[in-house]
Design a protein around this ligand. Structure first.
Ligand SMILES: Nc1ncnc2c1ncn2[C@@H]1O[C@H](COP(=O)(O)OP(=O)(O)OP(=O)(O)O)[C@@H](O)[C@H]1O
Length: 608
């Protein structure tokens, strides 16, 4: 009965849900999740009252059945005022009780569902708001799957517990307590006998349950491993095919599946043992108690009605003890889930969208002063060493150098995606750390190497640069980006869907969408990360002229892979091993015979 959930290989919630030990601290921590329920407390209270009423009416069943049995076996049932109650009257009372029970149950479900749906919505919202504001290093330190499971499976567990677990827990505890009180009222002798029989069985069952929980966790871990394989293969399906490793991957998946099945079988072997133990132990106990009861009835110390009541209450108690064992596991996962959710909600965020931030206007002067940098995930590697350079507003500079030299890192630091290890970056003479982050980023536009298009229309994708832009502005930007030509050739124009559910755009088209996006954003500072994959010369020309249009009157930093595109820039910085090794115009650098730039030029010339 304990930990039945999560035992099989259905892969339902719980696979990524390590449980926590039930301690006072974990309990108090977990309870903090209730702050999300506070706005709905009235509904919660009504639900709880209805739940209490429905539990109470359930507890009245055995009582009435006992009375019916007494009335049927000619033991008159007397009211406090001495009047006898007929069988019909008892049955009528029963009918009313059942009706009420139905109503209470309906109301309880309705109110608790509302509380759980609204609470869960609020938790998801809070988590999402948190996700998008977490700093970049957070996403490098944590796997995407682990982060998303906070908002999916962990929240799912909380939802279950608000809609089911909590109510069940309440019901079982009250049933247990009330049940014990009722059997004591019916017969103290028999109750004592029963209480001596059952607790030892329950204790044994709990020990058994703990073992099963451990095995169930192993099963879940194995299952998680198989899922990782599926995920990896699907994400890298091109690589799998290109390396003709379909069979290798299938083999890998199969052997992982075998492990899962083995673990599942083992845990279910114990579960089977557990169930038969419960049947034999628990029901054996019941038989023992019934036997004792029968002797009491024979001796005239109990009526048949009393016996009926006693038996039924005992079953209620048994069921609630068993139910509690199962709930124990659920409470543990709930606490675990809420702990992980709260942990994430406590993560420090980037200081974006501060209230009352003053809008800033930027000229676009940039100064890097002795910038040193290490990635937080790789503190042993100095990626940038003593980088110093300046760009006047409106100037264009290019960063060139071998792969891994640190070019992208230099521009990421301007966006404040990471904190510098030392040195500073000034924009218009002011340290970027002293700007409001949102205001600073608002003035920086980026055309990345790989354009990410969001699923949706072309309109939405261009408007990502300025979500409030009217159609005329979007079209104007698309025109300037040399994108309007192909967009208007689509039957649905701006409404054409792209991405997963829509058409696939070519590399050059995607870049021009990215350029249109940047044009719409109209930033003072522009970062162009040239695509490494080359386009055909027609598209190349279109993209290049769109870029030229975009760069006009803006401070531009170009991460260049093709040297042909940067002859006209004001300054070229040659980066190697995280340092600036040469700087100057194209003509100046080309003259250094043994210079890195001259060599790169030669190489590219030979290649073409
Ligand atoms: N997010 C990251 N976490 C840890 N290390 C990183 C990260 N991004 C880049 N690096 C490392 O930092 C160094 C510089 O990388 P960077 O991407 O800046 O080079 P690049 O000159 O832009 O290269 P490319 O031309 O290939 O894009 C490399 O050694 C790289 O492995």
């Amino acid at each position: 009965m304990a930990a039945r959930s999560g035992m099989n290989t259905s892969g339902q919630a719980g696979s990524d849900a390590p449980k926590v030990k039930l301690t006072k601290e974990s309990f108090q921590q977990g309870l903090r999740i209730f702050r999300f329920t506070l706005p709905y407390r009235t509904k919660f209270i009504i639900g709880t009252v209805l739940l209490t009423l429905s539990s109470a009416s359930t507890m009245a069943f055995p009582w009435l059945i006992g009375k019916l049995a007494d009335a049927a076996s000619n033991n008159p049932v007397l009211l406090p005022n001495g009047r006898a109650v007929s069988i019909n009257q008892i049955a009528l009372g029963f009918g009313v009780l059942i009706l009420l029970q139905g109503l209470f149950s309906f109301g309880r479900i309705w109110f608790f569902t509302q509380v759980s749906e609204f609470t869960v919505r609020d938790i998801r919202q809070a988590l999402y708001r948190k996700f998008v504001k977490l700093p970049i290093p957070y996403f490098e330190k944590n796997r995407v799957g682990a982060i998303t499971s906070r908002i999916t499976s962990d929240v799912g567990i909380i939802q279950d517990s608000f809609s089911l677990t909590l109510a069940e827990l309440f019901r079982q505890v009250t049933t247990l307590l009330a049940g014990v009180v009722f059997i004591m009222i019916v017969s103290v002798k028999l109750s004592m006998f029963m209480l001596l029989t059952f607790p030892p069985i329950v204790v044994l069952a709990m020990v058994f349950g703990r073992k099963i929980r451990g095995l169930a966790k192993t099963t879940q871990d194995e299952l998680a491993k198989t899922n990782v394989i599926v995920e990896e293969t699907l994400q890298g399906i091109n690589t799998v095919k290109a390396f003709t490793n379909e069979q290798f991957e299938t083999q890998r998946y199969t052997s992982s599946l075998t492990n899962t099945v083995r673990a599942a079988l083992k845990s279910n072997l114990y579960r089977g043992g557990f169930v038969s133990f419960v049947i034999i132990g628990l029901f054996g106990g019941i038989v023992l108690v019934l036997w004792r009861a029968a002797t009491l009835v024979q001796a005239g110390q109990m009526t048949i009605g009393d016996l009926t009541q006693f038996a039924l209450y005992t079953m209620f108690i048994g069921a609630s003890v068993a139910g509690l064992g199962e709930l124990y596991g659920k409470v543990q996962s709930t606490l675990g889930a809420s702990e992980r959710i709260l942990e994430m909600l406590d993560e420090p965020t980037e200081p974006t969208h501060q209230p009352g931030a003053q809008p800033v206007q930027l000229q676009g002067n940039i100064e890097y002063e002795h910038v040193q940098f290490r990635y937080p995930t790789r503190p042993d590697l100095a990626v940038l060493n003593d980088i110093s350079f300046g760009i006047q507003a409106g100037e264009k500079i290019a960063l060139v150098g071998p792969s891994g030299a640190g070019k992208s890192t230099i521009v990421q630091l301007l966006m404040q995606f990471y904190e510098l290890s030392s040195g500073q970056i000034l924009v218009d003479g002011r340290d970027i750390r002293h700007y409001d982050l949102t205001e600073l980023r608002r003035h920086i536009g980026i055309v990345p190497q790989e354009t990410i298009l969001f699923g949706g229309s072309i309109r939405e994708n261009i408007a990502y640069g300025k979500v409030t832009a009217p159609d005329e502005e979007i079209i104007e930007a698309a025109r300037k980006a040399n994108a309007w030509q192909f967009i208007s050739s689509f039957p649905e124009g701006l409404d054409t869907l792209v991405g997963e559910r829509g058409i696939k755009l070519s590399g050059g088209q995607r870049q021009r969408i990215a350029i249109a996006r940047a044009i719409l954003k109209n930033p003072a500072i522009l970062i162009l990360d040239e695509a490494t994959s080359s386009l055909d010369s027609e598209s190349e020309k279109l993209v290049q002229s769109a870029m030229d249009e975009l760069m006009q009157n803006r401070t531009s930093i170009i991460i260049a892979h093709r040297l042909s595109t940067i002859r006209k820039v004001d300054k070229i910085l040659v980066i190697d091993g995280g340092r600036i090794v040469e700087q100057g115009t194209h003509d100046e650098l080309a003259q250094f015979d043994n210079g890195l730039y001259a060599n790169l030029l030669k190489l590219q010339f030979e290649l073409t």
